[in-house]
Write a protein that binds this ligand. Sequence first.
Ligand code: ZN
Length: 70
Amino acid sequence: MEPMTKRGTQTCPICGKPVVDQFKPFCSSRCSMVDFGAWIGETYRLKSEETDEETTTFPEKDPENNTYKG
Ligand SMILES: [Zn+2]
């Protein structure tokens, strides 16, 4: 088993591959996006939880009461 932190060699926190300078601290743009997406997802979830009352703009259609009269 290789140690996680080699001297001078970073590993991608997403997949564990050697880091590429261009995509630091990740190994590729894909892993960068994965991390970015996860971060955004967390933020979005937290936000949506906080502003749940404000973001209730979606009308809930009841299957039984599906008559929408503006
Ligand atoms: Zn990676």
